[in-house]
Structures are given as C-alpha cells and as structure tokens.
Design a protein around this ligand. Structure first.
Ligand SMILES: [Ca+2]
Ligand SMILES: [Ca+2]
Ligand SMILES: [Ca+2]
Ligand SMILES: [Ca+2]
Length: 481
C-alpha cells in the first residue's frame, strides 16, 4: 500500500527553475518562537475567523477577517482586530471577488515571538495581471498589540498566475531551526505543494525559499487542506496531504527533518478524503491521522460518510496495523448511518478533556430537503486511540449549544478547529457555521473541561459584535487550525 516515489517530472523541474531560491535556513535557533495564533505574544492563542464573502467598501465578496484576542478567560470581543485589504496595515486594496480569508494558517515565520498569520485570497482583484484572477497569499506579522504589517506572496515569488487561488495553508517549524515555515498547496489541474522557510529574511518579502516538493506525476490533482503533526515521533513536524487524483482521494506523508520538508513523499496511501487532521489519539510518541470522507456511500446510503484513522509509528504511517474506519453505525458513535448524513464533513483534533490524548470532533452535516440538521460528534481518545465502543463520546447540535439567535437550519459546524485559548491544558472547540442567517454566519467556542467539552458554556461570536460586514459574509467559513 505504501510506497516511496522518486519521480521528478520535467514539468516539476521547469516550475522549480522559476522559483526564487533564497538563503539556506541554517541559522541558530536562538529565536523565541511564538505559540501559533498568539499574535500579540502574551501567551494566549487568539481566535481568527475568516469571512471571505464580506462586502468591503462596496466591493462584493472582497472578504475580511476578525482576530479576537484571548486572555485567561478565552477570546474577548473587547479586544479585537478587523482585517480587510482596505485596512492600512494590509497590503493592497479590497476588490470584488478577492475572497480574502478563504484559508488561514498561523506560525511565527520571522521568529520575533509574535505569531504571524497567512491569509489566502481567491484572486488579487480583476485589474491585476491584465485582468486575471491570480490569487495570492498575504502574510500579516504579529506585534505587541496586534497584527502590524504584511507582505504578499504571488507571481513575483515564483508562482504562476492562478496557482495560489484557494490554496491550502499550513505552518510548522519543519526543520526545527526556531522559525516556523509556511506550506502552500496549489489546487487545480496541476496540484503541487511548496514550503517557504521561515527566518529573518521572511519579513523582507524577498528571498523566499519556495521549494517545490511532491513532484509526483499526479495529473489532475486537487489538494485538500494540509495537516501537520509528528507522525514518526522524531520531534520534527511532518506534513500530511490529502489529494484527489483521477477521481480518487490519496494521502501522502512528507517527513520534516534538519533540511526541512522532504521533497519526496515518504508514504502514499491509496485512501483519502477531503478533510484530514493529525492528533495523537492514543497518547504514544506518534501522531495519528484522521481522514473524513463525507460523500462516501455506506451500506447503500449515499453520502453517509466515513472517518478513517491511521496510526503513526517510528516508520511513519503504520500500514501493517492498517486503518480503522468509523461510520455512524460503528459501536459507540452517536447517530446512525443515513443518506446525506455527511459524517466527516469537518474534523478537529484537540485534547478537550486534558488527559494527554487527542480527541476527535466530527461534523455530520445531515443535509436534507428542508435544510440541515447537523451534529458534532466528539470521540474521546483512549490508550488504544479513538475507540468509541469503549471510550467516551458526546454529541451536540445547534439546538443544544444554547446561543441566542443561533437556532435554525444553518449547516451548523461546517468548519471546526481546536485551540487551548485560555491555556488551562484543555482545548476549546471552535465551531464555524458560515451559512447561518443568509450567510451572516457565526462561530461558537465550546470550552474544554476535565470531563470534556462543556456545551452549556458555549460562547458565540457574531460578525455584528466584531465589526465584520454582514449579511452574506460567510463568517466562520475559515478558521485558523
Ligand atoms: Ca512573528
Ligand atoms: Ca517527524
Ligand atoms: Ca483527551
Ligand atoms: Ca482551554
């Protein structure tokens, strides 16, 4: 099943030759790297919510983001930052169909102790590059009170027009030199993935060490969002990519190391799905992988959906152990298999009860003729991993979170993410429902406690309270993960 591939295609080499190869990232790790999404460096991770369809300055679908800064009591609306391309700190201006904020990822790319934020756009406005919608990635740098300045990664950094449109983003210090690195995956007919090494040069907007990797001849490849974790337990973060090739989803593992991300995939699995997360579900040395495939048919029920789990090992994905497939008919999983159940629509791995093992939150989208009746299923990690037959599970829906104004059929939990905002050792679950109320959207933060997620203490974040234009902003479509 697993195989190592050493194919380098002519097309890949051609692309590589067009990239700027910058300084080697071999500087000593004296930098004090910030925690991910701690943009003001106070130790608390901050909440980031993308509203990619927001109308800004009259420009439809220009897009905006909200950053809500955290304290010991979690994200606080009183301390927030609104980001659009019309804000002085953000490069460029808001244009129609930019869709600024379709994807976000956080890391400390310049190692100054303030987390930075990478933000994707669908286009860079219709008037750039001769009227083409090229796409680009904006990186905003953190600072003492908020995100301060930004730079753009686009064609002049070696990417061709269109490559970065709706690209996937991830960040981690893959070479452990003290600076987080940025991963960009490019969807489309020639899917590829790149990493740009972090370092002092990152902030200058030049010298990006953008290396092509995974130059496998996957024609007609579409990359899903990348995920990061230490799958082989060598303390270098690894990258897990799920991509679609000729109609089939596949999963690849790229190992981190002293030289950074290995351009050659370590493993290729012929199983995959559009949603992938990494978490250490059994609390051993190796991070595990969960892959959601919500459109798969189960027992003749179309789009019932599955979640497949692979375990990490010293050799990467433990293919000898095989995978574990969960459906809503698996013992201990809430609900039951049904047509359009959409189990696995979104995933988030976090340690919600603080027992040292990651727990898995799974959206079952449950899309029916009259709308949606989505649920979030939480399966708690055990010493043998996600084992719903013996471990604890939990289920909740929009009706049970108890937020004022949030009840309805709004495709609850289309996006999920996990972060320990208050640093009590237990992850909070962030639930994004961008379709709520004519795509006004809202985000719910469910706190982690020693007994798991405390749904009755859920806190809501609505665009109105954060100065984000609505309706039709799709607030919550993108969450920092
Ligand atoms: Ca920084
Ligand atoms: Ca590793
Ligand atoms: Ca746990
Ligand atoms: Ca917490």
């Amino acid at each position: 099943m697993a195989k190592r591939s050493r194919l380098v295609t002519a097309a890949a080499l051609l692309l590589l030759s067009g990239l700027l190869l910058g300084l080697p990232s071999s500087t000593a790790s004296s930098a004090t790297k910030a925690r991910p999404s701690d943009f003001n460096g106070d130790g608390y991770p901050d909440l980031v919510v993308g509203a990619p369809w927001a109308t800004v300055g009259g420009m439809r679908n220009a897009g905006a983001l909200s950053v809500v800064f955290s304290s010991a009591s979690g994200p606080q609306v009183s301390k927030r930052q609104y980001l659009s391309r019309n804000q002085a700190a953000v490069p460029g201006v808001s244009r129609e169909w930019d869709e600024f904020g379709t994807e976000v990822a956080s890391g400390d790319f310049n190692g100054d102790g303030y987390a930075d934020l990478a933000i994707n756009t669908a286009s860079d406005g219709p008037s750039s590059s001769g009227g083409k919608y090229c796409g680009m990635v904006t990186v905003m740098f953190g600072g003492k009170s908020q995100l301060t300045t930004g730079l753009r990664i686009k064609e002049q950094d070696g990417f061709t027009c269109g490559m970065l449109t709706w690209s996937g983003l991830a960040a981690a210090d893959f070479d452990r030199n003290g600076y987080d690195d940025l991963v960009l995956t490019t969807p489309g007919e020639v899917g590829n993935a790149f990493w740009i090494s972090g370092g002092p040069q990152f902030a200058q907007g030049k010298g990006h060490d953008a290396r092509l990797f995974d130059p496998v001849s996957h024609d007609l490849t579409r990359y899903a969002r990348p995920a990061v974790g230490d799958v082989n337990g060598d303390s270098y973060p690894d990258l897990v990519l799920s991509h679609k090739t000729e109609g089939l989803w596949r999963t690849t593992l790229h190992l981190g190391g002293a030289q950074g991300l290995d351009p050659v995939e370590w493993q290729l699995l012929t199983n995959g799905g559009p949603h992938v997360v990494v978490g250490n579900f059994n609390g051993d040395k190796y991070a595990d992988i969960a892959i959601g495939n919500p459109l798969i048919t189960v027992n003749t029920f179309g789009s019932a959906g599955t979640v497949r789990i692979y375990h990490g090992s010293a050799n990467g994905i433990d293919t000898a152990r095989g995978s574990q497939t969960l459906t809503q008919d698996s013992p201990g999983v809430p609900g039951s298999v049904e047509r359009m159940g959409g189990f696995g629509w979104a995933l988030a791995a976090g340690d919600y009860n603080g027992d040292g093992r990651a727990d898995l939150a799974i959206t079952a989208q449950r899309s029916f003729r009259n709308g949606f009746d989505s649920t979030v299923n939480v399966l708690y990690g055990t010493t043998s991993g996600i084992s719903p037959a013996t471990g604890k599970s939990q289920v909740f829906s929009e009706k049970t979170v108890g937020l004022p104004g949030a009840n309805g059929t709004s495709a609850f939990a289309e996006s999920l993410s996990a972060r320990d905002f208050n640093r009590d050792g237990r992850s909070e679950l962030v639930v994004g429902s961008p379709r709520y109320n004519n795509y006004t959207g809202y985000v719910a933060v469910v706190p982690g406690t020693t007994t798991g997620l405390k749904v009755t203490s859920t806190k809501g974040f609505f665009p109105k309270g954060l100065g984000v234009p609505a309706p039709y902003s799709s607030f919550g479509a993108a969450l920092e993960r």
